[in-house]
Ligand binder design. Structure first.
Ligand SMILES: [Zn+2]
Length: 404
């Protein structure tokens, strides 16, 4: 088939821009709207799924028309963010909430998982219209970011101001909801959290005080904290209830943003979601400054490594070294790797390589694949994978293989 000819005019997509926004700007070059551009020029009439799951055939034609890479175009819709930001766009996956928001723990010790039918991470039940007033200063060229459609960030990482609610059609007519449209600077806790989320979205990782983590883990930590801060106090021990209370008091909003019944974050009212996100930003700052006890397994990620290996020259009392349980550490590392392998194919393959040490016969490898699937690791991550090396003679490998 002959490739479609290039558009003579097409602005470059802005980093993080939504597909619908970019097509809107392309259409404006030809005094058209998106619908006219898609129907008349590309023969495509579905507009509502542009920012969620555009058909690959449309992306292929758009790549030919614009010269923008297919991969870059696919990252402009939510489908391009599976499995990092969300496990699936299918809202009927069993135990989806449990898998996403209850495997990690930060503020509270492990919580009892909740499960609901039909759930997808981060996708709000009602559309969100928020944007950065400074990014949209140039009314003739307004690029709308995909992340502004989600209850995920409160501020603009470039300008450090709050995202503001608007109505209208960006690029054509846009009105800010607040009469006072002056940008409001966000506090340090919020800009720090949003800066990390932006780093996750644009680079695929986040630098935390303890170590660099994968973007997939960052989004799950945020979603975990959102749920922890929305835990009814009657479900917590007294120490944990005190921590939740402390965070809400510190950020100046009513406890649990005024919620009495538990509902998942995605279906809460937009104003409540914003208060919940603000509470998460506050909690992270308090944990990092050690002003808040955090009892969850992943809380250490927000704390710097204790200094060691040098002295100030004064005599010091040497504490009795604590005995290290290496097996416990190894088991913890494997648990963490299993969580990451559920959304990171590379980790899944490395973990499989480790677990398959010493196994050669197909039956044993099949059993291992079944175990991985039971742990929630997508079998397609391993579909083309055959372990290239075996350490049958390594005793250690047998010990690790027992884990699976
Ligand atoms: Zn901005």
């Amino acid at each position: 088939m002959k490739p479609a000819p290039r558009w003579p005019l097409h602005p470059a997509p802005k980093e993080g821009e939504a597909l619908s926004s970019w097509l809107n700007r392309v259409a404006a070059c030809y005094q058209m709207d998106v619908h006219e551009l898609l129907v008349h020029d590309l023969g495509h009439c579905q507009l509502d799924e542009l920012d969620t799951a555009p058909p690959p055939s449309l992306l292929t034609v758009l790549a030919q028309r614009s010269g923008v890479e297919f991969e870059q175009l696919s990252r402009m819709s939510l489908a391009g963010w599976v499995p990092w930001l969300l496990d699936s766009l299918d809202d009927s996956v069993p135990a989806a909430l449990e898998t996403y928001a209850f495997q990690c723990s930060v503020l509270l010790p492990k919580r009892k998982a909740r499960s609901i039918t039909r759930w997808r991470a981060w996708l709000p039940s009602q559309p969100i219209r928020r944007a950065c007033p400074l990014c949209l200063n140039d009314t003739t060229n307004q690029a709308m970011l995909l992340v502004w459609q989600l209850p995920l960030m409160l501020s603009c990482p470039q300008h450090g101001c709050w995202l503001e609610s608007y109505w209208g059609l960006p690029g054509r007519y846009l009105q800010w909801e607040k009469a006072d449209a002056a940008p409001h600077p966000a506090n340090e806790a919020i800009t720090c959290m949003d800066g990390r989320t932006w780093q996750a979205l644009t680079t695929g990782f986040v630098e935390l005080p303890r170590r660099r983590i994968h973007a997939g883990l960052w989004f799950r930590l945020l979603r975990t904290l959102l749920d922890e801060l929305n835990t009814p106090l009657s479900h917590c021990c007294s120490g944990s209830a005190g921590s939740i209370r402390q965070v809400w008091e510190h950020c100046g909003h009513p406890l649990r943003a005024g919620q009495s019944l538990w509902r998942p974050f995605e279906i809460l009212a937009p104003a409540v979601q914003l208060q919940m996100l603000e509470a998460v930003a506050t909690a992270i700052t308090l944990i990092e400054s050690k002003a808040l006890p955090a009892r969850g397994e992943q809380a250490v990620l927000f704390q710097t490594e204790p200094h060691a290996g040098f002295t100030n020259g004064l005599p010091v009392k040497v504490p009795k070294p604590e005995s290290v349980n290496y097996w416990q550490r190894a088991a913890q590392a494997i648990e963490e790797a299993i969580i990451e392998a559920r959304y990171n194919p590379e980790t899944a393959r490395s973990l499989f390589a480790l677990a398959s040490c010493g196994r050669r016969d197909p039956e044993s490898l099949k059993r291992l694949r079944d175990t991985f699937a039971k742990e929630g690791i997508p079998p397609e991550f391993l579909s083309h994978y055959e372990p290239k090396w075996t350490f049958a003679d390594l005793r250690l490998s047998d010990g690790l293989s027992d884990k699976f």
